[in-house]
Ligand binder design. Structure first.
Ligand code: ASP
Ligand code: MG
Length: 325
């Protein structure tokens, strides 16, 4: 039977209403005769709240214990999702990483997935259940719980899709795809139908918080083509795969680091870096009265440093210079 991985982010599982809503999405896939592996993040900002609680008792929480604490967010979410599915008439079982198991190295807080055992998940699917896996978690060789880095549930989803050779890997979130810039920062940003692995990786490295770099690297290595889409509509989102946008410039993103006076605004695309693009970006910033404090060119990227307070405006100015047509 064909298998689909459906991953739901924190905002999509934030409360009871949302959990029941996503249950219908899972149910619809099952009604099409598909086996489903669901992957969930912690609810809403649960992970941030757990980090705050750790800091209340420790200035520098031991990383092993911090991972044990943070993994609770996804464990709770997975159990609640399985309950919501059951009450929508879908038999389901939740599994934490150590139950699958999803094995990782021991790098607490930023672990890498080393392997996924197939037996348990296959047995549950064989019993006609939807399998709800807690994202963001791994278990190391010593049996300790690890976490995969912030945003790591997408990485879990891609790893599961690869291990079970899923036909589709859908990453449901509160935006309907990957945009040419953050649509909350830049209202003229457009949704991209396709983004190449290389551009998505470069965007993630440059600060776009859509799919993180480890996730994209694994997808490329294993030939998984994740699709980022909204759980509010049925519309297709953005597919990340070997083929990207036909334009030479795919998107623009920004990164601010705490304590730095300047923010990095990065253009990403196959035609970059180039002197032509550099001139165009500088002229656009100049027209908005934004001074460029430095320029950096890397493969597929052109980065301009601007004063932090003006970085949102800078993203829009640069974006519109390349996507204004
Ligand atoms: N809950 C984790 C985080 O907030 C992992 C995830 O959401 O993907 O980073
Ligand atoms: Mg995320």
């Amino acid at each position: 039977m064909s298998l689909i991985v459906q991953k739901f982010g924190g905002s999509s599982v934030a409360d009871a209403g949302k959990l029941l809503h996503i249950s219908h999405i899972v149910k619809a896939a099952r009604e099409k005769g598909r086996d489903v592996i669901v992957v969930v993040s912690a609810q809403g900002n649960a992970t941030d709240r757990l980090i705050e609680r750790a800091r209340e008792v420790s200035g520098e929480p031991p990383e092993r214990e911090l991972d044990a604490l943070l993994a609770c967010g996804e464990q709770a979410s997975a159990a609640l999702t399985a309950m919501a599915l059951a009450s929508s008439g879908v038999p389901a079982v939740s599994l934490c990483a150590w139950q699958v198991p999803i094995r990782s190295d021991g790098a607490h807080g930023d672990a890498r997935i080393a392997g996924i055992a197939r037996e348990r998940v296959e047995a549950e699917l064989g019993r006609g259940r939807a399998v709800v896996c807690a994202g963001f978690q791994g278990v190391d060789d010593g049996g300790d719980v690890t976490t995969l880095g912030r945003g790591g549930s997408d990485y879990s989803a891609v790893a599961l899709a690869a291990a079970f050779r899923a036909e589709d890997c859908l990453i449901y979130t509160d935006v309907d795809g990957v945009y040419s810039a953050d649509p909350r920062v830049c209202p003229t940003a457009r949704r991209l139908e396709r983004v190449s692995y290389e551009d998505m990786y470069a965007l993630a490295r440059a600060g776009a918080r859509v799919l993180h770099d480890k996730c994209v690297a694994l997808a490329q290595e294993r030939g998984v083509e994740p699709e980022v889409r909204s759980c509010e509509t049925d519309a297709p989102g953005t597919r990340v795969g070997p083929a990207g946008s036909p334009r030479g410039v795919t998107g623009v993103t920004r990164r601010e680091r705490e304590g730095d006076a300047y923010a990095a605004v990065t253009l990403v695309g196959g035609a970059l870096p180039s002197l032509e693009a550099e001139k165009r970006a500088i002229l656009a910033l100049d027209a908005s009265g934004i001074a460029v404090r430095g320029i950096d060119a890397q493969e597929r990227c052109l980065t301009l440093y601007v004063e932090r307070e003006r970085s949102r405006e800078a993203v829009c100015a640069v974006h519109d210079a390349f996507f204004g047509d």
